[in-house]
Design a protein around this ligand. Structure first.
Ligand code: ASP
Length: 314
């Protein structure tokens, strides 16, 4: 059987990080060029014909809307390219869940798109990047993970597991497999939904600005006012099921940009408290950073609360 043709798009992160030889910490992300990163895992060629393209080489905390748009445009072109069977993207783990979700909302996939990365730099004693890259390329080439080959959509591959783009979240700052899901069990079968959001970003060169504001005991309501003055939309990472103080509720009542209410808790469902946040939008199961991705995209087509509520209900 002919080998599948996989394109690896590299963006940087710890997987391309360099530090003192043999050490796991104190390194700089996004150093090794894409070609070198892929050439360091020759076993890839046993499973697929691999081509590499470097999109950028940054710490994933420095990913921007411009990088997202160029990545989405390139993934879209590769989806349409008949000489390509699957796409792997190497990426820092810090914001991998956001990029995966962004791509799932902006590219229609006929071929699997699989993001992967590493928790240890390439110069560590036992780097985890090569095994993750190999697993991601194998999965993109149709080799089974957990008994089944992946469907054609956006995934994160880490430590032998595939996570879907909507429910994946970086859940540990230090575990060797830091990925998990933000709503385990019930409700996680997003793929079964008939209707899903889709946004065409191909004609854009930037996205509306959305900032996340984190509530904690006695948090100054003025941070909400400041955040609203530098944003097109806000996401509140509230306490519990999206709650905050009366002081915040009062400050919020004077803010006239779209506000999505999410929670700082990692698991569970937010229900909008109309007493605290009348006329606002409920994030449902989306954690704050993913609610921000969806709000940025939604604001490219509407700023009406009723439309935004519908978009967030899907
Ligand atoms: N700071 C790194 C990044 O996201 C962390 C990692 O890749 O694990 O680029």
């Amino acid at each position: 059987m002919a080998k599948k043709r996989i394109v690896v798009l590299t963006t940087g992160g710890t997987i391309a990080g360099v530090g003192e030889s043999g050490k796991d910490t104190g390194y700089v992300s996004g150093q090794i060029p894409g070609e070198t990163l892929v050439a360091s895992v020759p076993e890839l060629l046993e499973y697929a014909d691999v081509r590499v393209e470097e999109i950028c080489n940054v710490n994933s905390d420095d990913i921007t809307d411009k990088i997202w748009i160029s990545l989405a445009n390139r993934v879209k072109e590769l989806q349409e390219d008949e000489s390509v069977d699957g796409i792997v993207i190497t990426h820092g783990t810090d914001t991998m869940d956001e990029t995966a979700y962004f791509l799932s909302l902006t590219v229609k996939c006929e071929k699997a798109v699989i993001l992967t990365g590493a928790m240890k730099p390439s110069t560590a004693k036992n780097p985890d990047g090569p095994a993750n890259l190999l697993g991601a390329v194998r999965a993109a080439a149709g080799f089974a993970v957990d008994d089944d080959p992946p469907e054609n959509k956006v995934w994160v591959y880490f430590g032998g597991e595939l996570f879907d783009a909507r429910s994946v979240q970086k859940c540990s700052a230090s575990a060797m497999n830091p990925m998990g899901v933000n709503y385990p069990g019930e409700g996680s079968n997003w793929n079964a939904l008939k209707e899903q959001n889709f946004f065409d970003v191909s004609g854009l060169d930037s996205l509306p600005r959305v900032n996340v504001v984190y509530f904690s005991v006695d948090a100054n309501p003025k941070i909400l006012l400041y955040a609203s003055s530098v944003s097109d939309g806000l996401v509140i990472a509230g306490a519990g099921s999206g709650e905050f103080s009366r002081g915040w509720a009062e400050a919020l009542s004077g803010i006239d940009i779209p506000v999505v209410v999410s929670t700082r808790i990692h698991h569970g469902l937010v229900t909008l408290n109309e007493r605290l946040a009348p006329g606002r939008i409920c994030a449902g199961r989306l954690p704050p950073q993913k609610a921000a991705v969806l709000l940025r995209l939604a604001l490219t087509v509407t700023d009406r609360v009723s439309d935004l509520r519908r978009i967030f209900s899907l």
